[in-house]
Ligand binder design. Structure first.
Ligand SMILES: C[S@@+](CC[C@H](N)C(=O)[O-])C[C@H]1O[C@@H](n2cnc3c(N)ncnc32)[C@H](O)[C@@H]1O
Length: 240
C-alpha cells in the first residue's frame, strides 16, 4: 500500500512546508464556503450525496448511541434529498425528517421510497418540532443539520426541544460544528460560528447534565460533529 507519510517525510523541508500551506488554504476555504452569512438564495441541487458527507464514523457513532440509549425516534432537521435520512432509517425504529424546501423534499420522497419507518415533513424546523414533539416516542436522537437558508434555525430548534420538557434523556447530534484545535469544517453565519458558546445555554435548558464529545480525529472526516448525551446514563465505551 502507498505510505504517504513516508513519502512526505522524505521530502525536503521547504516542499513539506508548501504542502502544509496548501492544505491549510484548502481547509480555510472549506470553513467559509459561501459568501456573507454563509447562506444562499435557494436553488435546488437534487443530487444524492453520501450520508454525513462520506464520514462513516458519524453513522457508526449514531448507531452506537441509538442502541445504547434505547432511542425510539430519530428526528432530523434538514432532510435535503435524504442521504442521512436513509442512513438513519436503517438504525432506528422511527425517523422523522424536516425540510423547508419542497423541491428537496420531493426528491427525498423518491430517494426514500420503500423506507416505511420514515416520515418526511415540510416546514421551518423549530415550528415543526414544536408541533410534533408532544406525540413522538421518546427518547429521541436529534440530528440537527438545517442550514443554508437566510434564517439559521439552530438556536430556535434547541429552544423548541427545551420547551417540550420531555427530552432530557435524548441524544443531540449537531453537524458542521466547530471542533476546537482541529481543521474540521464548521458552519458560520453572519460572523457567528456554530460552536459550544452558541449552543451551551440552550443545551443546559434541555438537560443541565449533558455530557458531550466530538469527532475530533481529522482523519475521520472533513466536518465537525458534536454528540451530546445524558450524563446520568453511562455513554458507550468506545466513544473518543
Ligand atoms: C446540509 S443540508 C442537510 C443535509 C442532510 N442532512 C444530509 O446529510 O444528507 C441542509 C438542509 O437544511 C434545509 N433547511 C434550511 N433551513 C431550514 C429550516 N429552517 N427548516 C428546515 N430545513 C431547513 C436546507 O434546505 C437543506 O436542504
Amino acid at each position: 500500500m502507498l505510505d504517504l507519510s513516508a513519502i512526505k517525510a522524505s521530502l525536503p523541508n521547504p516542499i513539506r512546508g508548501l504542502l502544509l500551506d496548501l492544505r491549510r488554504l484548502a481547509f480555510s476555504t472549506m470553513v467559509f464556503p459561501r459568501s456573507e452569512g454563509n447562506c444562499h438564495e435557494f436553488s435546488a441541487n437534487l443530487h444524492l450525496t453520501e450520508a454525513f458527507l462520506g464520514d462513516s464514523s458519524v453513522a457508526e457513532e449514531c448507531r452506537k448511541l441509538i442502541q445504547h440509549f434505547g432511542i425510539q425516534t430519530v428526528i432530523e432537521t434538514g432532510t435535503n434529498v435524504g442521504a442521512s435520512t436513509k442512513a438513519f432509517a436503517a438504525m432506528a425504529p422511527e425517523v422523522v425528517s424536516i425540510e423547508l424546501h419542497e423541491p428537496y423534499l420531493k426528491q427525498a420522497k423518491v430517494n426514500l421510497r420503500g423506507h416505511d419507518n420514515v416520515t418526511l415533513m415540510q416546514g421551518n424546523s423549530p415550528e415543526v418540532l414544536r408541533r410534533i414533539l408532544p406525540a413522538v416516542k421518546k427518547p429521541v436522537l436529534f440530528f440537527l443539520d438545517a442550514h443554508w437558508d437566510k434564517y439559521w434555525p439552530i438556536q430556535d430548534e434547541l429552544r423548541a426541544i427545551a420547551e417540550n420538557g420531555e427530552c432530557p434523556r435524548s441524544v443531540i447530534v449537531i453537524h458542521d460544528f466547530h471542533v476546537p484545535d482541529t481543521n474540521l469544517r464548521y458552519e458560520r453565519y453572519y460572523g457567528r460560528r456554530l460552536d459550544m458558546k452558541l449552543v451551551e445555554e440552550a443545551m443546559r435548558r434541555i438537560n443541565p447534565n449533558f455530557g458531550y464529545y466530538y469527532n475530533c480525529e481529522p482523519s475521520q472526516g472533513r466536518t465537525g460533529v458534536v454528540f451530546f448525551y445524558p450524563r446520568d446514563i453511562q455513554a458507550p465505551v468506545s466513544r473518543p
